[in-house]
Ligand binder design. Structure first.
Ligand code: ARG
Length: 590
């Protein structure tokens, strides 16, 4: 559906043309003085220079030509030459009716849908999910839903980290603890046990122990490096042990992501890129791009226009081990083969920007991706504590995701005790999990992704202000009114039509509703979930204003009451659509 602002601009452009002026002057904007008008056009000011006339003269002529247009309730020329516009109520209602009857509430699917791989989540096996991975999961999930909403084919890939030094560290630590396991016996030829030699709890303790040990004990570190190399080169026993680490870890990760309402279409991992590495490197050598430097194999990626130094991308170390850029490049080879994507979008901590600059350039130079394939890096900022430092537990340790979720659910539970609408404790707990997730996700998504933000449990879980719970509170309020309406035996006549708004609050609510496609288009074009949050908050506020000034169910005029019910039903539908894209849902009560 054409955006309302564009429809208005078209009408005003025709007004300019009818008076003999360039129609381009008719571009309108939302008014920055809502007390005076809803839309405005400043084209007469530019026209004044073009036509050597007073701007006010042009504005008056055009306003006169538009005076009887059915779309407008008021068209007024004001000094020094603005055209102020207020929309006709019937016209606005008609627009909303069409919007409500469209599957995407007036958003238009992309005319040329693309295949998009989104690389997000990025957890490392055997390490617990911590808040650092939280942002990637939350933002990536939202962008996946948003891109799908616009009709694209989206493949969400978790891209597990399973191929780095952490694997060698774990292997060597397990060896030190259980040296008699067959994985370490090079003469063992039988089948390996199907049971893992550790639980997830043990695994999570093994990694930090091994990591600390490697820092203090050089011989251990060396062993870990070598084990990593052997693993990457198909050591049978290490492969079997690695498979156990993977299985145990993935089961745990899936459970955690489920709690976040985050899902992936493919569970690919760094190791899946390994088979593509030899041919890729050979090709880079053949093309004269990869060369040896101080024993390592590198590819230059600097460009003349660089303002800061972009070091060569290291593909292989002198001991033959491959590195992070190598697996990311080979993963692109695989993605090209499996999905032939038009775009690959990485949602990763912004501190990895240099890595992705190198990888993208190396991929282009060596022809791993097609020229038209878009490679994008959405680098997000750090989630900080109130002290401005990366978020930690109260004891100063790394905050695990599970614990964070527990904390937020508890905070929401306590706040909900102040609200009188929920009784049964089972219900309350279930609702609080839903609200807690909204608090967490909205708290994150409402900030521009690239910025750092402060995780403020108390603020995020508040039922007031620009928070997830506040948005849900308004949805629940609508649900409650609609339930009461149904209980009282009313049935709406079938059609989904919006009545012309009569009060200022109702009109404001309608105007905000009409901006849904405009805001979503912007969020889509900019990969910017915070724009959706901004819209949702504005809509919730507009509903709140309308609700406070309107007796809905007590309205004696039935037609009027039905009109209100339809309007708030539409508000609910639009809010639910938006929060679904944000990645959370609304409870029935709170
Ligand atoms: N596992 C990495 C980390 O924890 C993030 C992976 C991001 N994705 C990628 N294709 N490199 O830092």
């Amino acid at each position: 559906m054409q955006k309302l602002l564009d429809i208005i601009s078209d009408i005003v452009s025709q007004g300019f043309a009818a008076c003999g002026y360039d129609s381009k002057l008719g571009k309108c904007t939302h008014s920055n003085r809502p007390d005076l008008c809803e839309f405005q056009c400043n084209g007469s000011l530019a026209g004044a220079k073009l036509y050597k006339k007073a701007p006010m003269m042009i504005a008056n002529e055009v306003a006169g030509a538009l005076e009887n247009n059915h779309a407008f309730e008021m068209v007024e020329a004001v000094n020094p030459g603005f055209i102020n516009i207020r929309l006709s109520r019937a016209f606005l209602a008609d627009y909303l009716t069409r919007m409500w009857n469209s599957e995407t509430f007036g958003c238009e699917k992309d005319a040329s849908p693309r295949t998009i791989v989104i690389d997000y989540g990025g957890p490392n096996v055997a390490k617990p999910l911590h808040v650092g991975h939280l942002r990637s999961a939350i933002i990536g999930e939202c962008l996946k839903r948003l891109n799908r909403f616009y009709g694209n084919k989206v493949i969400g890939d978790v891209h597990l980290g399973d191929w780095g030094l952490q694997m060698g560290l774990i292997i060597e630590e397990v060896r030190d603890r259980q040296p008699s396991l067959p994985y370490f016996d090079s003469s063992y030829e039988g089948a390996y046990p199907s049971e893992a030699p550790f639980t997830i709890g043990e695994l999570e303790e093994i990694y930090p122990t091994a990591s600390a040990k490697a820092k203090a004990d050089e011989a251990f570190a060396k062993r870990a490096h070598h084990a990593t190399y052997l693993l990457q080169n198909n050591h049978r026993g290490y492969r079997a042990l690695w498979q156990h680490i993977l299985n145990v870890s993935i089961a745990d990760l899936k459970r955690n992501y489920e709690k976040l309402n985050v899902t992936f279409d493919v569970w690919k991992k760094e190791s899946d890129a390994q088979p593509y590495i030899p041919a890729m490197i050979q090709d880079m050598k053949d093309k004269g791009l990869a060369y040896e430097s101080q024993g390592a194999l590198v590819i230059d990626v600097k460009e003349e226009t660089d303002t800061k130094e972009i070091p060569p991308c290291i593909l292989m170390k002198s001991d033959g081990a491959v590195l992070y850029p190598t697996t990311d490049l080979a993963t692109l080879v695989e993605r090209e083969k499996l999905f032939h994507p038009d775009r690959v979008l990485y949602v990763v901590d912004k501190r990895q920007e240099m890595h992705f600059t190198q990888v993208f350039r190396a991929a282009r130079k060596s022809g791993i991706v097609r020229d038209e394939t878009q490679l994008s890096f959405l680098g997000f900022g750090t989630m900080n504590g109130k002290d401005g430092k990366p978020f930690k537990t109260r004891e100063g340790g790394v905050m695990r995701l599970e614990r964070l979720i527990e904390d937020i659910n508890k905070a929401v539970y306590e706040k909900s005790l102040e609200s009188s609408h929920m009784d049964a404790s089972d219900d309350r707990e279930k609702a609080c999990r839903i609200i807690g997730l909204a608090a967490l996700k909205y708290g994150d998504l409402s900030n521009q992704a690239s910025k750092d933000y402060v995780f403020d449990l108390d603020r995020f879980s508040s039922f007031d202000g620009n928070t997830g719970p506040y948005i849900l509170y308004n949805i629940v309020r609508i649900k409650t009114i609609l339930a009461k309406f149904a209980e009282s035996g009313h049935v709406l006549p079938g059609d989904q039509s919006i009545s012309a708004p009569q009060s200022a609050g109702a009109k404001n609510l309608c105007l905000i509703l009409s901006q849904f496609n405009e805001c979503m288009d912007q969020a889509y074009a900019e990969d910017a979930p915070h724009r959706i949050c901004g819209y949702v908050y504005e809509l919730a506020n507009a509903f709140n204003g309308f609700y406070n000034e309107t007796k809905i169910l007590a309205e004696p005029d039935q037609d009027k009451m039905f009109g209100y019910i339809r309007l708030i039903s539409m508000v609910k539908d639009v809010l639910l659509c938006a929060i679904n894209i944000l990645g959370f849902e609304a409870p029935d009560r709170m």
